[in-house]
Design a binder for this molecule. Structure first.
Ligand code: SF4
Length: 252
């Protein structure tokens, strides 16, 4: 990776997150993303993480589903104190909340649990019970998409743990790109990692992992919309299995 105008630096030691980043226009963010997307393709996750936190300072966050805590861990090493946003839908498995709590207690990151505007009970009252079983898109919008948009209003850029090998719909995930809908820079530092790469990182750094993986779940979301998967099945086949739906809408 060429260390040109992106001013990539060696990762000799972790630097604190900058406190006073320059606010940038949409055009500036788009240009930054275009240049970084070109120059950082293929770079190690730590280099991408360092670039992101150096570039955006406290206008940057990591998002995590707490299926595992790999991306949060990468950023905690590179940029201690970084914000980690978790969408607390109110319908998570206890095992998922346990990972969230371990991350908050053991990593040098600032976990922010973002809740939907309505509790599950309020949503049931307004939309009828079990909206997830009748209209999962609407339920995901209320409990995930809108809360993420609200959380991201504090930031110019965010990181995800998306990987190209997770499913055909994610095969072209860029490492850095401008999300035109959100008007922000989306950073996917482990986009090129395989499942084996993830497992190697987890073993090396003893990163917390959701216990549900050991119980046969290939991908983990809210409990009403997630089932176990069989050996050889697409890991995401257990998500919204009764619907023609493969994504919650966070990554469109
Ligand atoms: Fe609702 Fe299921 Fe989406 Fe969770 S994954 S927000 S329960 S539809």
């Amino acid at each position: 990776v060429a260390a040109t105008s992106l001013n990539l630096v060696n990762l000799g030691g972790a630097a604190p997150v900058a406190q006073d980043p320059t606010r940038r226009s949409r055009d500036e963010l788009e240009a930054l993303a275009r240049e970084a997307g070109r120059e950082l393709e293929g770079a190690p996750a730590e280099v991408i993480a360092k670039w992101a936190t150096d570039t955006f300072g406290d206008r940057f966050c990591v998002t995590s589903s707490m299926a595992d805590a790999v991306v949060a861990h990468v950023f905690s090493r590179v940029s201690p104190g970084v914000d980690v946003v978790f969408l607390d839908t109110g319908l998570h498995f206890p095992e998922t909340l346990k990972v969230r709590d371990i991350v908050a207690a053991t990593m040098d990151v600032n976990v922010r649990s973002i809740r939907p505007r309505r509790t599950v009970g309020q949503q049931d009252g307004e939309y009828g019970p079990r909206l997830f079983a009748r209209s999962p898109d609407e339920c995901c919008f209320l409990r995930k998409v809108e809360p993420l948009e609200r959380a991201l209003s504090d930031y110019d850029s965010w990181a995800t743990g998306l990987r190209r090998d997770e499913s055909p719909t994610r095969a072209n995930t860029p490492m850095v790109a401008f999300d035109a809908k959100k008007g922000k820079v989306k950073v996917n530092p482990i986009a090129a990692w395989t499942e084996a790469d993830v497992n190697r990182y987890i073993s090396r750094w003893n990163v917390p992992v959701n216990e549900l993986f050991k119980k046969g779940y290939g991908s983990i979301g809210c409990w009403p919309c997630t089932r176990t998967t069989k050996a050889g099945e697409d890991p995401r086949a257990g998500r919204w299995a009764m619907f023609e739906k493969t994504e919650c809408g966070l990554h469109v």
